[in-house]
Ligand binder design. Sequence first.
Ligand SMILES: [Zn+2]
Ligand SMILES: [Zn+2]
Ligand SMILES: [Zn+2]
Length: 154
Amino acid sequence: MVLNFLILVSTFFFMEFMAWFTHKYVMHGLGWYFHRDHHQHERGFFEKNDVFFLIFAIPSWLFTMFGMMDGNDWKLFVGLGIALYGLSYFLVHDVFIHRRFDWFKRTDNVYFRAIRKAHKVHHKHLNKEEGECFGMLIVPFKYFREAKRSMKTS
Ligand SMILES: [Zn+2]
Ligand SMILES: [Zn+2]
Ligand SMILES: [Zn+2]
C-alpha cells in the first residue's frame, strides 16, 4: 500500500521531468510542427499541440491495463501516476494558465502566481529558439520571490 503510493508519487514527479524534457528537446525541436500553434495562436478550440496529450496517454493506458491484468501490481500505479500528471497538467496549464475553460478564476496564491508567471515568460518567445521555463509544476525559485512580492502589493 505504502509502496504503491510511493510509486504513484515518484511517477508523478518523473513525469514533470519528462514534460520538461519533451518540451525542451522535442516540442521545441523536431516536434515544433505540433507545438507551434501553442506559441502562435490560431483560431479554434483545439491546437495541434494537443496531440502531446494523446501521446502521453498511450503509456498511461498500457501501464494501467497490464497492471490490472497482473493483479493490480506496480504497473497500475505507474499508469495512474502518469494519468494524474496529465490531469494536473491539463488543469494547471490549459485551464488555469491559458483559460481554455472558465474554471478556477479566483484561485490565487504564491505557488500558482509563480508557475503562471514562469509559463508566461515561456510564451514571450514566439519561436522555437531561445526558450526558457520549460517546466510546468516546478519552476525557478525567483518566480516564487516575485510572486510573494506581488502578493504584498495587491
Ligand atoms: Zn513551448
Ligand atoms: Zn497558449
Ligand atoms: Zn502554454
